[in-house]
Design a protein around this ligand. Structure first.
Ligand SMILES: [Mg+2]
Length: 227
């Protein structure tokens, strides 16, 4: 349930938004890494699918949260596969989360600066921008790969501040990953919220003290043009 008055828009000048699992359905990414990639890896390298799934699950667990984990070149090199091309094979799964586009439309009519803040690799970002038209709603896009450090690290926020200055006390940040939100909180971002159901195909029961957003339709009601 959305807490009443979760966001006092007059106290917010900048809206920082994660992409995967926040604006866009995480199903695209989870389906790719957990189903499509193992299948294509097994086909292209002539390996047993069950063995490949075990191997990939182990490798993906190793670097979680690091910039390598989000890096297409790292995985292309490690697995000897063209990850960007394989991701494009399932691009039909790229989609907005419910009411996310309406949220962006309302934000565009508001006075707040809207910035996409993503750990996704530029190849994935470009694919998603092309399919969704997301860029039309944004004032800026910040890609953690440009700083070689993920949002989970304090260094990311300091580096972002250099190129896209924002007042942490007057900013709202929405993400679906607890470790990223904890990093943002440590940096001093005042208004934080977590997406409770980032993946349309997975039910998630999340234990967290962050403000929760179940559906953007709840937020949209509070966001009138020109606030
Ligand atoms: Mg995310």
């Amino acid at each position: 349930m959305l807490q009443p008055n979760l966001f006092t828009w007059s106290e917010i000048d900048t809206v920082l938004l994660d992409m995967d699992g926040t604006l866009l359905d995480l199903h695209f990414d989870s389906f790719f890494w957990l189903q499509h990639l193992p299948l294509r890896f097994a086909q292209l390298h002539g390996r047993d699918l069950d063995d490949v799934k075990v191997y990939l699950a182990r490798e993906l667990a190793k670097n979680r949260g690091s910039i390598e984990w989000y890096c297409v070149e790292y995985w292309s090199d490690k697995l000897q596969l063209d990850i960007a091309a394989l991701r494009a094979e399932v691009s039909h799964n790229v989609a907005y989360r419910p009411f996310a586009e309406e949220f962006l439309q309302l934000l565009k009519q508001s006075r707040q600066r809207v910035v996409l803040v993503t750990n996704d690799h530029r190849s994935g970002l470009e694919l998603k921008l092309e399919i969704t038209g997301l860029a039309q709603y944004l004032d800026a896009i910040v890609v953690s790969h440009d700083f070689s450090v993920a949002k989970e690290e304090q260094q990311f926020w300091r580096a972002m501040q250099e190129v896209e200055p924002f007042d942490p006390r007057r900013s709202l940040f929405v993400d679906d990953t607890v470790a990223v939100l904890e990093s943002a909180r440590l940096y001093g971002i005042q208004h934080l919220a977590i997406i409770t159901e980032p993946d349309s195909n997975v039910q998630r029961n999340i234990e967290t003290d962050f403000n929760k957003i179940e559906c953007f339709s709840d937020i949209n009601k509070t966001l009138q043009p020109n606030r």
